[in-house]
Structure formats: structure tokens, C-alpha cells
Write a protein that binds this ligand. Structure first.
Ligand code: ZN
Length: 114
């Protein structure tokens, strides 16, 4: 992973926002990802690791399963990319990984996310 480098002001891409309006979005000149301009900011890896531990404790998940889930999140490309990731997209990835390794449904996982 690199530090994203935004394109120049005149190169910004006009893209839609969730509210339907369009706005000039900066994007990274090294990899092309578009910057998240919404209020729905990504959370740091530490937040998700704490949540993973909390869910694991609540459901009596083994250490081995916890470790596999943690590794899967860390290996997920761009999961904690604060530049481009949205909180909503992160939540979905997290729930998918937890479902796979803990066997807990996504809606239950969502109930833990604050
Ligand atoms: Zn980049």
C-alpha cells in the first residue's frame, strides 16, 4: 500500500454523490482510486479488531477462528484505506468475513457496529 497522491484540481473527475448531485472528486495518480467525499468515513483497523474481539467473546469463538478472521481483514485490499473506503462498504466487508469465519449472520454483525 502507498500513500495516495491526489490528482491536480483541473483533473478531478465529476462523479455523483449519494445525494444525487455531482462533484469534482480527486483521485490518486498512482492507482486511480477515487477519494471518498461523503460524510460516511472509513474507520481505522483498530476499531474493527476491537469489534471482532467483542463479537468473538460474545459467541465463544475460538482463538484460531479469531486469528483467521483478523488475517482475512488485514489481507483485504483497501479495507482500511481511509482515502477511498466508505464506512458502509467497510461494514459489508467486515460482516462477510465474520460470517465466513464465525458463522454469524450479517444482520447480527451489523447490530454490533456503532
Ligand atoms: Zn493510490
Amino acid at each position: 500500500m502507498h500513500n495516495h497522491q491526489s490528482c491536480g484540481k483541473e483533473q478531478r473527475a465529476w462523479l455523483p454523490l449519494p445525494n444525487g448531485s455531482v462533484a469534482p472528486h480527486p483521485w490518486c495518480v498512482k492507482c486511480g482510486v477515487v477519494k471518498n467525499l461523503t460524510e460516511d468515513r472509513a474507520k481505522k483497523m483498530g476499531y474493527w479488531m476491537n469489534l471482532l474481539a467483542e463479537i468473538a467473546s460474545s459467541f465463544g469463538i475460538s482463538r484460531a477462528q479469531r486469528r483467521l478472521a483478523a488475517l482475512a481483514l488485514q489481507a483485504y485490499d483497501g479495507f482500511d484505506d481511509m482515502y477511498s473506503m466508505t464506512g458502509e462498504a467497510q461494514k459489508k466487508v467486515f460482516a462477510k468475513v465474520i460470517k465466513k469465519y464465525f458463522g454469524i449472520s450479517e444482520s447480527v454483525v451489523y447490530s454490533f457496529v456503532r
